[in-house]
Design a protein around this ligand. Structure first.
Ligand code: 9PG
Length: 535
């Protein structure tokens, strides 16, 4: 079927919806809206209801490939990946959502514009691109959209929601087997289903073997966890590598390049430039399969696969296929190779193309033990960096995905120690985890008082009744929880504040500054570890 551009002069009546097939779509709005629902590309990218003024371009630009869809990072009109909505007044929302994988939507003046990119470039998808349009109250238009997506992409598995202890938000990369074994022992009486080892165990980004901090090897690590009857969890970022890795040095031809033959940047992290595998290479898929088989042979059966966006970055692939299709093929290969009994959490992952292929999906940025970093929020206008407020804002704005996949709001905190969140903010995170029914924690047992430990135990065993009351409010058993304080965006830098904003944007773009920042961070994690060892 060939798909054509389509122009619709009037949207559906309130309470109704329709599906149309078009390569691109223009939809006249019946009246000027007051709010816009912006949906970011991948787990960490901003999703929020905002007013109609264009948002400043988030900084620094060097991080665009790992924080946004780099293809649209410099757009100024309100826009979003796959789905957008406008609010005319309370309970009167118009949603335009793609049912295909490669669409982008803009609000231009009084019109929605949607484009399905592989189609408009002439590479017709076999069945064209379907678009879903609905008008009504927010909860029901998003629910109808989710139901249409479930038909096309698949939905939630019936695996029980895991209760996870994850090493990242306390030890960061400063993990070693001695410290983890101690933590596992001291957590023993708490009802966790998964103990998950995060970043820090591997030789290098690209070389997924135990480093010198894990002398007993990965088998022993998984065995130690499984001997207590729990699932062994492991973090990996299988679709990226750094240039210094053996993988990159051995197979530079496996990495994604642009049309000029230059390696495509997958962003900058750990003080290094990141590169993306081109998953349309048969050899890359074979390597990914072997990697997943290795990880499951070690004994890990809960996998947090991270930085997955790299598989869908724009670039010139060996096989000419839409980037989202290339990504989905890679994800399916990873999924099949790890086994369907394993629990698969996708992170840093493009949202729509991950549906149906993973058990859980991170739907917001990382939390941290801080509410908000004023440098990132007010100067860089970046809402994808770690922080509790950023995580709550984007996760609450993506709760409509719940019928499709288990949604991971990231970890919550209980300990006072090493944490600057107020009690109220800790409670908001815990409440959001109850709403998502995805409970993950990183607090170290050594940090917790007896009371904190008991509160954590209650949290892990709770299964409250949850009811959504409005965009920002929920009823959890007999309590009302209000997330409004997290949802708003701060003002863009104004007046004299524009100067430090420009300076920070420039500084954040310099590899030397990011390297230095990374070193300082690492030093503080190491210091924290020494404090712990002294206890
Ligand atoms: C390990 C971490 C943790 C964490 C993941 C991911 O620059 N960034 O925008 C950026 C965002 C998230 C991030 C790293 C960098 O963290 O979400 O849970 O596993 O990797 O390195």
């Amino acid at each position: 079927m060939t798909s054509h551009p389509l122009k619709l002069d009037s949207p559906p009546q309130p309470g109704s919806s329709l599906v149309v097939n078009a390569s691109s779509l223009t939809l006249d709005l019946p009246r000027p809206p007051r709010l816009f629902y912006r949906h970011g590309w991948q787990s960490w990218s901003l999703a929020a209801w905002t007013d109609l003024t264009p948002l400043p371009i988030q900084r620094p630009k060097i991080l665009h490939p790992l924080q946004t869809d780099p293809r649209y990072a410099n757009e100024t009109s309100p826009h979003g990946s796959w789905v957008a909505a406008v609010e005319f007044e309370q309970d009167d929302i118009l949603l335009l959502g793609s049912l295909g994988l490669d669409a982008h939507i803009w609000l231009k003046g009084n019109q929605f514009e949607g484009a399905a990119l592989s189609v408009s470039k002439g590479q017709h998808e076999a069945d064209g691109c379907d678009w879903f349009i609905a008008r009504g109250d927010e909860i029901s238009v998003f629910a109808k959209y989710a139901a249409e997506l479930a038909i096309r992409l698949g939905k939630k598995t019936d695996k029980p929601a895991p209760r996870v202890w994850c090493s990242w938000y306390s030890l960061y990369t400063s993990i070693d087997e001695e410290i983890l074994f101690r933590v596992f022992d001291e957590l023993n009486d708490l009802p966790f289903d998964v103990l998950q080892v995060d970043d820090g165990w591997q030789m290098s980004i690209g070389d997924w073997e135990a480093n010198e901090k894990f002398p007993s090897g990965m088998n022993a690590l998984a065995e130690r966890i499984k001997s207590t009857g729990r699932k062994a969890g492991l973090w990996l970022a299988p679709l990226i590598a750094v240039k210094s890795s053996r993988l990159f040095r051995k197979h530079p031809d496996w990495f994604l390049r642009d049309e000029h033959g230059k390696f495509v940047s997958a962003g900058f992290n750990w003080g290094e430039q990141l590169y993306a595998l081109d998953t349309t290479h048969a050899d890359v898929l074979t390597w990914l399969t072997a990697l997943m088989q290795q990880v499951s042979a070690w004994g890990f059966d809960y996998l947090k696969l991270d930085f997955l966006y790299a598989g869908a970055l724009p670039g010139k692939r060996l096989a000419d296929m839409p980037r989202e299709a290339a990504y989905r093929q890679a994800l399916k290969t990873l999924r099949d190779a790890m086994g369907h009994d394993a629990y698969f959490l996708a992170c840093g992952a493009p949202i729509l193309p991950s549906l149906g292929l993973c058990d859980a999906l991170r739907v917001g940025p990382d939390v941290s033990a801080k509410w908000e970093d004023p440098r990132d929020a007010a100067l860089l206008y970046n809402f994808t960096t770690p922080g509790a407020r950023n995580a709550v804002r984007t996760t609450v704005s993506r709760l409509w995905l719940q019928p499709l996949v288990a949604i991971d709001p990231d970890v919550v905190y209980f300990a006072e120690m090493e944490n600057s969140l107020s009690r109220e903010h800790k409670q908001l995170l815990q409440d959001l985890a109850l709403i998502c029914n995805f409970k993950a924690i990183s607090d170290l047992p050594q940090w917790m008082t007896n009371d904190e430990r008991e509160t954590l135990r209650e949290f892990l065993t709770a299964s409250p009744q949850v009811k959504r009351l409005s965009r920002a409010t929920f009823q959890i058993d007999d309590r009302i929880v209000d997330f409004s304080s997290a949802l708003a965006l701060p003002h863009p830098p104004r007046g004299l504040m524009k100067l430090p904003a420009m300076f920070m944007g420039w500084l954040g773009n310099q590899p030397f500054a990011l390297k230095l920042f990374n070193r300082l961070n690492k030093a503080s994690f190491e210091k924290r570890k020494r404090r712990l060892q002294a206890k």
